[in-house]
Design a protein around this ligand. Structure first.
Ligand code: FAD
Length: 386
């Protein structure tokens, strides 16, 4: 039997006295309740496993990105309701030209809170707000992995770190001396029709600016592949150039190198494993892609068809099989900023040709392809079987 589904509580993140010590006897501890962690929890629905998801904030409380993803991924996971706008073209601006590229598939912007709540509704896990600070010592011979939180230590046989770029349960990175990009955006209340990016050294020497409309707000930002380059001033300038208010800031570090997907018995998913794609900084669908893969392996362990060691090895191999794709994207990330602007303009005019665009964007999507058909939450399938 699956466990009763927890609903997203109305209360905000527990603070002070609300943070009572936690005690839990769970099969799977998922640390991080954003794209990666929620995808793992969703995949475990109906498995019979007792799953506890932890995050320092309530589910969906803090937006972590510009929230644009391939529409097919959102639809496959039943997240269509959270979509705000859909785009079948990408407008790329360089100092010498602007190209409107018709895409062979569409991107959609979505509302972060709504998407997280939809994912959560498809899981049958429990949730607690807690800040995870690292690994703790597990009782000898227990076979469990223990983690330290601000509400006391917790342990489980299966532990997932979906905590983002800090990789709290493994060997972390220290910015700015690490393969991390910087991203910052503002969210003016405004409307727009086009998904736009700027490859322009006036804004950022290596990186790009963007403007992603999402019905009643536009997400305007700048990302720098060089972690030492500060992006606040160019973000404000880009917003100003577009006649928008620089208000409601949101920013973070973005990993641009793939890392080990397992370490000392822990599974890493999403940014904690460097699953965000270099060059484009697209990390939502990859967090889904690897989150579902990790969830599948954990499911097999819970069902007694696999062991933790086998699941770790298989998930690590699955993630590692993508290494060459990440290497190519990183090469492109290093190359694009070095291309002289006039050559870049000529290349863009070339890429406007439909066959080339279909080829390039087709390959790009296949790095983490959307499921061939919608995957209903297993909880529903499980209920139907009974
Ligand atoms: C400005 C910006 C714009 C972006 N735009 C896009 C975009 O449009 N499309 C796209 O595909 N990608 C985008 N990205 C990249 C994308 O946001 C990330 O790759 C993606 O969020 C990774 O998902 P994740 O679940 O691995 O980690 P995160 O989304 O970072 O989630 C980590 C979760 O862990 C929690 N957490 C962190 N530390 C702790 C702790 N110590 N204890 C407890 N909880 C903790 C956080 O609260 C959060 O809920 C953007 C990134 C930035 C910075």
């Amino acid at each position: 039997m699956g466990y009763p589904r927890a609903t997203v509580p109305e209360r905000k993140t527990k603070r002070g006295a609300g943070r009572t010590p936690l005690e839990a006897d769970v099969d799977v501890l998922v640390c991080g309740a954003s794209f990666g962690g929620l995808a793992v929890a969703r995949e475990l629905a109906g498995s019979g496993a007792r799953v506890l998801v932890l995050d320092r904030y309530e589910v969906g409380e803090r937006q972590t990105s510009a929230c644009a993803a391939p529409t097919a991924w959102l639809e496959a996971l039943g997240l269509g309701e959270s979509m705000r706008q859909t785009f079948d073209a990408l407008v790329i601006h360089t100092p010498h030209t602007s190209a409107r590229i018709r895409l062979p598939w569409t991107f959609s912007t979505f509302d972060y809170r709504e998407l997280c709540e939809l994912l959560w509704a498809q899981a049958d896990a429990e949730f607690e707000t807690a800040t995870v600070s690292g690994r703790a010592a597990a009782a000898n011979g227990s076979g469990r992995i223990a983690v330290e939180t601000d509400r006391g230590p917790l342990s489980a046989p299966l532990v997932v770190d979906a905590l983002g770029w800090r990789r709290v349960l493994g060997t972390g990175y220290q910015p700015p001396e690490a393969p991390l990009s910087r991203g910052l955006e503002v969210h003016p209340r405004a409307a727009g029709d086009e998904l736009e990016v700027w490859i322009d050294r006036d804004y950022v020497p290596a990186g790009y600016g963007w403007s992603f409309p999402a019905r009643d707000e536009v997400r305007i930002g700048v990302g720098s592949f060089d972690p030492r380059f500060h992006v606040r001033e160019p973000t404000v300038r880009l917003a100003g150039d577009l006649g928008r208010e620089a208000e409601r800031y949101q920013g973070n570090w973005i990993p641009h190198r793939l890392r080990a997907a397992t370490e000392r018995g822990v599974f890493f998913v999403g940014d904690s494993a460097g699953h965000c794609l270099p060059l484009t900084a697209e990390g939502i669908r990859t967090a889904f892609h690897f989150g579902l893969a990790c969830g599948r392996e954990l499911r097999a362990v819970v069902a007694g068809e696999s062991t933790r060691e086998r699941a770790l090895a298989r998930y690590s191999a699955f993630s590692g099989a993508h290494e060459w794709k990440y290497r190519w994207m990183l090469r492109a990330q290093r190359l694009v900023p070095r291309v002289p602007p006039r050559l870049l303009a000529a290349a863009l005019r070339g890429i406007e040709r439909p066959r080339l665009v279909d080829w390039a964007f087709g390959h790009y999507l296949r790095i983490a392809p959307p499921p061939a058909r919608p995957i209903s939450a297993r909880r529903v399938m499980h209920a139907e079987r009974n």
